[in-house]
Design a binder for this molecule. Structure first.
Ligand code: KIV
Length: 264
């Protein structure tokens, strides 16, 4: 199989739908990759799903790097994209290049993702000038929740929708290879998708996007926190795991485990 690169993802527009997922550890990344998923995001959502923080803001570059390294060790074909965490790229282009460089050099990622619209164009250009492909992210941007006031559908009004279309075009012009659109009305997801020549990857942005992304814990039914409307659970691993733990505990208490076949 030919490995997925940022330029191959960009060229997939109008050719195939892209199925993308997050992953945060070696074993899961390996399975996701073996399933043929084209793009794996080491999302800063790991702050919540893996580390138990209440939102994505506290996660550090070192914590994200630790997980990025684990993921890239498990992946052969998918493009691994590392999310740059809150305040690790916003201060200056130099800061963004230095942080992103660590994810490429030390983490083994093939690209980075940053949140924000038109105002992020200079950062995108600086990263590209230094050979680092960038995935954009507009709509609901969880790193800005303190400014925007929470996890709400974006782009509902005409002015807001028009601004998001402008943001998408500005990021495309700056050079992002694809664009995550989070939590906007389905019609707007389609409108942005038609307005740009790069693939759009929706999460709560409707079926007209060029691809979709989900948080792997949501898809597997592993995360017990709030589940947004856009999540589809494809498995209920949380309850399967809990049952397995309870059965193991009971068997240990009753002396049923280990049995003869588990003993030397
Ligand atoms: O951190 C993350 O998992 C993300 C996806 C929701 C796109 O940014």
């Amino acid at each position: 199989m030919t490995p997925w690169t940022a330029s191959r993802i960009r060229a997939a527009k109008d050719r195939q739908k892209l199925a993308c997922l997050t992953a945060y550890d070696y074993s899961t990344a390996r399975l996701v990759d073996e399933a043929g998923i084209e793009l794996i995001l080491v999302g800063d959502s790991l702050a919540m799903t893996m580390l138990g923080y209440r939102n994505t803001l506290p996660v550090t570059v070192d914590e994200m790097l630790h997980h990025t390294k684990a993921v890239t060790r498990g992946v052969r074909n998918a493009l691994v994209v590392a999310d740059l965490p809150f305040l690790s790229y916003e201060v200056s282009s130099a800061q963004a290049v230095a942080t992103a460089g660590r994810f490429i050099k030390e983490g083994g990622a093939g690209a980075v993702k940053i949140e924000g619209g038109t105002f992020r164009a200079p950062v995108v250009r600086a990263l590209l000038d230094n050979g680092i492909p960038v995935l954009g992210h507009i709509g609901l941007t969880p790193q800005s929740i303190n400014k925007t006031g929470g996890y709400r559908v974006q782009g509902k009004g005409a002015a807001d929708a028009a601004r998001l279309v402008r943001d998408a075009k500005a990021l495309e012009k700056a050079g992002v290879f694809a664009l995550v659109i989070e939590c906007v009305p389905a019609a707007l997801g389609g409108r942005i998708t038609r307005a740009v020549k790069i693939p759009t990857i929706g999460i709560g942005a409707g079926p007209k996007c060029d691809g979709q992304i989900l948080v792997v814990h949501d898809l597997l039914g592993l995360y017990s926190g709030v589940s947004p409307r856009f999540v589809k659970r494809y498995a209920a691993l949380g309850s399967t795991m809990k049952k397995a733990f309870e059965t193991y505990r009971r068997e240990v208490q009753e002396g049923a485990f280990p049995a003869a076949e588990h003993s030397y």
